[in-house]
Design a binder for this molecule. Structure first.
Ligand code: HEC
Ligand code: HEC
Length: 339
């Protein structure tokens, strides 16, 4: 019986056709990462903080440079490890002196964060430029000061040279310029996936079960919050139909209206554990909990498995990241301070 139903579903999806599913996905608000560089640029470019190849490379070094932190140990990459999905794999982030995030918050990925309309779980910043200064100065994160960051960068001739090349000979290398340059690097962290290939017209990019999963994702209503190019990124209520089962871990309650930033589902297979306090360890459990608390439905095991199958198609494909070599310190570079 089960087999007949499954075959029926596959058959009807087959008959329904990939072209219809592409149209329906777009109608529902899902947007692919464009294949053309020009179109992509329109989505990632900030006219007030324009990107160039030199600035991206320089920002990458700064993203990886632990000397910006007080201890000399922690870089953006410590918690947003670009070698593993842009996260740290911990429930609650750990920073300076092994201090855990005071609100028990999980590190979101920085991949594709350029597509989010809000940054942070409570959406308190809009742009990556606004965001980048925060963690450097935060006590439990990098515990640094603006002066320390400026001193470090200005003590390293190779960095000075890099800034001159990326901007102009009379560039003043201050905290804002440094964090803006990190943001330019972050704007380049986009990871096109098989899902994008499909929406961009390659009907064979997804298997039948993945297509069924996508259709279920739309029909069940996941797409009402997880949409746009980021497949997330807007503020939404949490606990629409029931309270999140681990609500009491940490004191995070959303923004002043109780709204929570919808995380991107891109690379979701790489960014466990899940939810703002990282209490959910597996994707099937996250999918089931979302159905229960956001949609008021009990998803069946096969619906969960189909959606899970679809979510795997959001993993960036052929993604490459080269480790930057950082310029060496000088006698003027402030020493690490682990207190
Ligand atoms: C100690 C770990 C830690 C370090 C170091 C750290 N972050 Fe984060 N980051 C977090 C956590 C935790 C959050 C979520 C905090 C919140 O919502 O209040 C976050 C949020 C973000 C976000 C928002 C993403 C989103 O989808 O909402 C961006 C972007 C980001 N960090 C970039 C950076 C950059 C750039 C650096 C280095 C300058 C950095 N982070 C350093 C832990 C860290
Ligand atoms: C009403 C809006 C809404 C709906 C509908 C919704 N979500 Fe979510 N989703 C959110 C928000 C907000 C969060 C963040 C919750 C938190 O961290 O506490 C989230 C988190 C998630 C996460 C964890 C992401 C992470 O990085 O931690 C997954 C996976 C997810 N949703 C999948 C789904 C699926 C699958 C469906 C449909 C069954 C769905 N969502 C329906 C708003 C929604």
């Amino acid at each position: 019986m089960k087999k007949i139903i499954a075959t029926g579903l596959i058959l009807s999806t087959f008959l329904y056709g990939s072209q219809n599913l592409i149209v329906e996905s777009k109608k529902a608000g899902l947007i692919p990462i464009p294949t053309s560089k020009y179109e992509l640029n329109k989505l990632t470019y900030n006219i007030d903080n324009p990107s160039t190849i030199e600035r991206i490379e320089l920002g990458k070094k700064l993203f990886f440079d632990p000397r910006l932190s007080k201890s000399g140990l922690i870089s953006c990459n410590t918690c947003h490890n670009l070698s593993m999905g842009g996260v740290d794999g911990l429930s609650s982030a750990v920073g300076h002196k092994w201090i855990s995030n005071p609100h028990n918050l999980n590190s979101p990925t920085v991949y594709n964060s350029v597509f989010m309309s809000k940054q942070f779980w409570d959406g308190r910043n809009i742009t990556l430029e606004e965001q980048a200064g925060g963690p450097i100065l935060a006590g439990p994160e990098m515990a640094s000061t603006k002066e320390h960051v400026e001193e470090v960068v200005n003590s390293i001739p190779e960095y000075i040279k890099g800034f001159k090349k990326a901007y102009s000979n009379n560039i003043i290398i201050n905290f804002k310029k440094i964090t803006d340059t990190i943001s330019i690097f972050e704007r380049s962290l986009v990871t096109p996936s098989r899902f994008d290939d499909f929406l961009n017209g390659n009907k064979k990019a997804l298997s039948n079960q993945e297509k069924i999963g996508l259709k279920t994702f739309i029909d069940k209503g996941c797409v009402t919050c997880h949409n746009g190019v980021g497949i997330g990124g807007t503020m939404q209520p949490l606990g629409v139909s029931a309270a999140y089962k681990y609500n009491n871990v940490g004191d995070f309650k959303g923004d002043k209206n109780g709204m929570v930033k919808t995380p991107t589902l891109r690379n979701i297979t790489l960014t466990a554990p899940y939810f703002h306090n990282g209490q959910i360890k597996t994707l099937p459990e996250a999918i089931e909990e979302m159905g229960r608390i956001q949609l008021g439905v009990k998803l069946t095991p096969s619906e969960i498995s189909d959606i899970h199958c679809f979510l795997k198609t959001l993993e960036g494909k052929n993604f490459k990241m080269n480790l930057p070599v950082l310029p060496k310190s000088t006698n003027h570079t402030p020493l690490p301070n682990i207190d």
